[in-house]
Design a protein around this ligand. Structure first.
Ligand code: GLP
Length: 256
């Protein structure tokens, strides 16, 4: 894992956006795995500033709430439209988000996996992290080999996400999410985490044992992971000075 610690959110997101920009320019037909949440909101804003050509890009989102229609203000369909898709020239036919309104959820999950496979798999998967270490909506004790499926949110995640809904009661109990096995198959995982409330989850994910109690720790098994952090999110990392040193020693050709 490459851990990149930056002084603040703005610098970290700008750097992550530069990485994404580089990838889109190098491979215009890139398949991107996209995420949601307040961390991504900031990131998409800084990505937009890069004025990239999205016309050849295909996207697959990680997850969606069950029972929320695409035009529901808290659905991830709506989030993506508002924070990214309406600002870039991605073709609507190339956008894929799990359908939380599907009558047959298991069939929808299987179809999503098939589509992903047919698209050649994900080149770069963006990830945020929950305060308990969840990625996508893979909550604690999710199978580290899981595929796209229905999940039940934990009380903690419903509490964390209540800020978007107005009240906790309005947060759906169920979601469809790519599995950890699905995520691990992407060719490059890029995680962003900011703020003190993510510090514990990040330290466990990066330096703790690989355990389904922190689903993001499964990324330790992946050959190519880049993690962008601000100082607050990096606070609990034992080897933070080493990660800084490694980053400073990077050869020019590896720099962003
Ligand atoms: C939700 C999303 C995750 C995201 C997490 C953290 O649970 N399903 O993909 O990583 O929120 O979001 P935030 O960036 O708002 O802290």
């Amino acid at each position: 894992m490459e851990i990149i610690i930056q002084p603040n959110v703005e610098i970290a997101t700008a750097l992550a956006a530069r990485l994404l920009g580089k990838i889109i320019r190098e491979k215009p037909e890139v398949v991107l795995g996209l995420a949601t949440g307040s961390t991504m909101e900031v990131h998409y804003r800084s990505l937009e500033a890069n004025k990239l050509d999205w016309s050849g890009v295909t996207t697959f989102n990680l997850d969606e709430y069950v029972g929320l229609a695409p035009d529901h203000p808290q659905s991830y369909h709506h989030f993506m439209q508002k924070h990214l898709f309406q600002h870039v020239n991605v073709s609507p036919q190339s956008v894929n988000i799990p359908d939380g309104m599907a009558k047959n959820i298991p069939a929808e999950c299987e179809a999503y996996e098939r589509k992903l496979f047919a698209a050649g798999g994900i080149d770069l998967q963006l990830l945020g992290i929950g305060t308990d270490g969840h990625i996508g909506f893979n909550e604690q004790t999710s199978s580290l080999a899981s595929r796209t499926r229905l999940k039940t949110l934990t009380p903690q995640t419903r509490k964390d996400n209540a800020r978007f809904f107005g009240s906790e009661e309005q947060v759906p109990h169920h979601v469809v999410t790519m599995g950890i096995g699905t995520i691990l198959e992407s060719r490059h995982c890029v995680m962003l985490a900011f703020g003190a409330r993510k510090a514990k989850a990040i330290a466990e994910a990066v330096e703790g044992p690989i355990t389904s109690m922190n689903p993001a720790s499964a990324l330790q098994l992946h050959p190519k992971v880049t993690v962008f952090l601000d100082e607050a999110a990096a606070a609990d990392l034992t080897l933070k000075n080493y990660y800084r040193w490694v980053y400073d020693q990077k050869p020019d050709w590896q720099k962003l």
